[in-house]
Design a binder for this molecule. Structure first.
Ligand SMILES: [Zn+2]
Length: 102
């Protein structure tokens, strides 16, 4: 996916359309497990220091599921800096394998 360096978009601080500078942001990492999988890990007793650690689980470990790690693309986040007020806002686009800022 190619994204231009400068785009005209709405600034919520100026309350109008202005020119923005685009740069990529590294997304904040909130651990390897998502909310749903943490809940499941707790239920199965796999989560650290809880229960029987999956000894009597009826399902295999999450890492042995068929579709684990199936997605090959990532969601990208961008920092948009307003030229008028110099404030930034973060916007996420749809999934893409590669992103180029031109
Ligand atoms: Zn602005």
């Amino acid at each position: 996916m190619k994204i231009p360096k400068k785009i005209n978009t709405y600034c919520k601080y100026c309350r109008k359309k202005t020119e923005h500078l685009v740069s990529e942001v590294k997304k904040h990492d909130r651990g390897t497990l998502k909310k749903g999988s943490i809940k499941r890990a707790l239920a199965r007793g796999v989560a650290p220091k809880k229960g029987n650690r999956g000894k009597y689980g009826s399902k295999p470990a999450i890492s042995k599921f068929k579709r684990t790690g199936a997605k090959s693309s990532k969601k990208h986040a961008f920092k948009l800096k307003c030229k008028d007020c110099n404030k930034t806002q973060i916007k996420t686009y749809k999934r893409a394998k590669k992103v180029q800022i031109q």
